[in-house]
Design a protein around this ligand. Structure first.
Ligand code: ZN
Length: 172
């Protein structure tokens, strides 16, 4: 079912709970995240359970590909379901990419993060998956896992003067 995407920048930062069993409730959240992401008014590439009011460690990433508010092209990403994701390795080299978030609707801002990661998680069948990722996908995965720890990209923008208001971007 399509859910409302919550604003999170004005809410307390909460650490979400591990999924202990992949049961009906877990699969419902995966389905709700998928549908909400696919039907979101603004295009997004990922959604984490806290963004629809569920404090459990579940993330869905998917994109048909689109052009972002800042003009960057986002390539298509096939659906990726991550349950209890854990990044096991971060690369030393870091990159700065401008991020936005469906739960922080007005802003874009530059965030520095490791360029590559290694990750373990469960998929919706309960199978363990290992991912080596770089580029935009590594960025999205880190952003979404941060949601599970109550961290928003605006918390990571070092120079708050670099936060751009989307309404200003539109009028440029
Ligand atoms: Zn987000």
């Amino acid at each position: 079912m399509k859910k409302t995407i919550l604003r999170l920048d004005d809410k307390p930062r909460i650490i979400s709970k591990e999924v202990t069993e992949i049961d009906k409730k877990t699969l419902q959240i995966v389905e709700d995240l998928t549908e909400t992401l696919r039907t979101s008014k603004r295009p997004g590439v990922g959604l984490a359970a806290p963004q629809i009011g569920e404090d459990v460690r579940i993330v869905v990433i998917e994109s048909e590909g689109y052009t972002r508010d800042n003009g960057d092209i986002v390539d298509a990403i096939p659906r990726l379901v991550l349950i209890n994701p854990k990044i096991t390795k971060f690369s030393k080299d870091k990159v700065i990419i401008e991020e936005g978030c469906l739960s922080v609707p007005e802003y874009l801002g530059p965030v520095e993060r490791p360029a590559k990661i290694k990750l373990i998680a469960l998929n919706e069948k309960g199978e363990k998956i290992c991912i080596n990722s770089g580029g935009f996908l590594a960025r999205v995965i880190q952003h979404e896992i941060d949601h599970l720890d109550g961290i928003l990209f605006i918390d990571l923008v070092k120079d708050k003067n670099k936060l751009k208001k989307l309404s200003e971007l539109e009028s440029e």
